[in-house]
Structures are given as C-alpha cells and as structure tokens.
Design a protein around this ligand. Structure first.
Ligand SMILES: [Fe+2]
Ligand SMILES: [Fe+2]
Length: 185
C-alpha cells in the first residue's frame, strides 16, 4: 500500500516535471520568436532601428482607436510596453554602457534620463481610464517624445558609437545585446 502511494506520488512528480519541461520549451520558443527579428537584423544598430520602427507601428494602431475601444487600447498598450521595455533593457544594459566606456557618458546619461520618462508615460497611460478624453492626447505627446529620442539614437549617437568600435567590438556588442534581449523577450 505504502509502495503504491509512493509510486503514485512519484508519477505525479514526474508528470509535473514533464509539464514544467513542456512549459519551459514553449517559453523558449516564444522568446526565440520575439527576439528573432532583432537577431536577424545582424548588426546591433540595425536591430535597434528595426525595433524603433516596430514600436511606431504599434503607436499607429493605438492612434487609430476611439474612446470606446478600451480593451484594444489596453492590449496594444501592454504590447507596446513589452516591446519598448525589452528594447530599453538592451540599450541600457549594453549600448549605453558601451557609450560610457567610449567617451559618450553625457549622451548615454541623457538617453537613460529619457528612458525614465518613457516609463512615466507608460505608468500614466496605464493609470488613466482608456475611455478618458485625455488618454489619446497623452499617447500623441508620448509618441512625439519617443520619436525624437529614436531619431537622436539612430541618426547621431549610435552611428558615432559604431564608428568608434572595431568590427570585432561591434560584433561583440550585437551578441551581448541579443543575450540581454532574450531575457525579456
Ligand atoms: Fe533609447
Ligand atoms: Fe532605442
């Protein structure tokens, strides 16, 4: 009897372990799918530019919603927050750190400071009711701010860092950044 009970608990434990393994595998596949556009871009700066464009597409979708589409607004906001959160994690943990290491401390700190306000916008847009008339105007202000930030990165600061690094270093930055991105993908 006792042996049977322990067999049962053993098989329950094995079942749970198998379930966990399936869950982890599914999680890995999801992460790989989310990170793959970044990986496929091959260079860190091209990958970040592709993520900027993808985020702006989500802004486009949000801006097309009306005050009645509260569920869609919440879902798109969550999607944008996930995409931008992963993007910022990559920049802060690798790119801005490399910028500081190569003499662009002030520029890196300025960009990092702006990321704080990106979080502020996400917080406020989460707090405000999605059918509030103030919601969409805030989204538009957020977009203006984040687009300026993206342009500064893409057309000025990232090319400067890229030029300062050797091919080998750029390759290393790309790999390190993808490793970080995968954690939050
Ligand atoms: Fe940024
Ligand atoms: Fe960026």
């Amino acid at each position: 009897m006792e042996a049977k009970a322990s067999n049962l608990s053993q098989s329950v434990a094995m079942g749970a372990a198998a379930g966990l393994a399936v869950g982890l595998a599914a999680n890995f596949v999801r992460k790989a799918a989310v990170q793959s556009p970044t990986v496929l871009a091959s260079n860190w700066d091209a990958a970040l530019a592709a993520e900027h464009a993808a985020a702006l597409k989500i802004f486009d979708l949000i801006e097309r919603t009306d005050n009645k589409a509260t569920g869609r607004r919440a879902a798109l906001l969550a999607q944008l927050k996930h995409a931008v959160g992963k993007h910022a994690f990559q920049e802060e943990n690798v790119i801005y750190a490399m910028m500081r290491d190569h003499g662009f401390t002030e520029a890196a700190d300025h960009l990092n400071h702006e990321h704080g306000y990106v979080k502020q916008y996400f917080f406020e847009l989460t707090e405000i009711a999605k059918d509030d008339r103030a919601w969409l105007p805030k989204v538009k202000k957020f977009r203006t701010m984040i687009e300026t930030h993206m342009r500064e990165e893409e057309s000025d600061l990232f090319p400067k860092l890229r030029r300062k690094l050797s091919d080998e270093q750029n390759k290393h930055v790309t790999a390190a950044m993808n490793k970080e991105g995968f954690k939050l993908a």
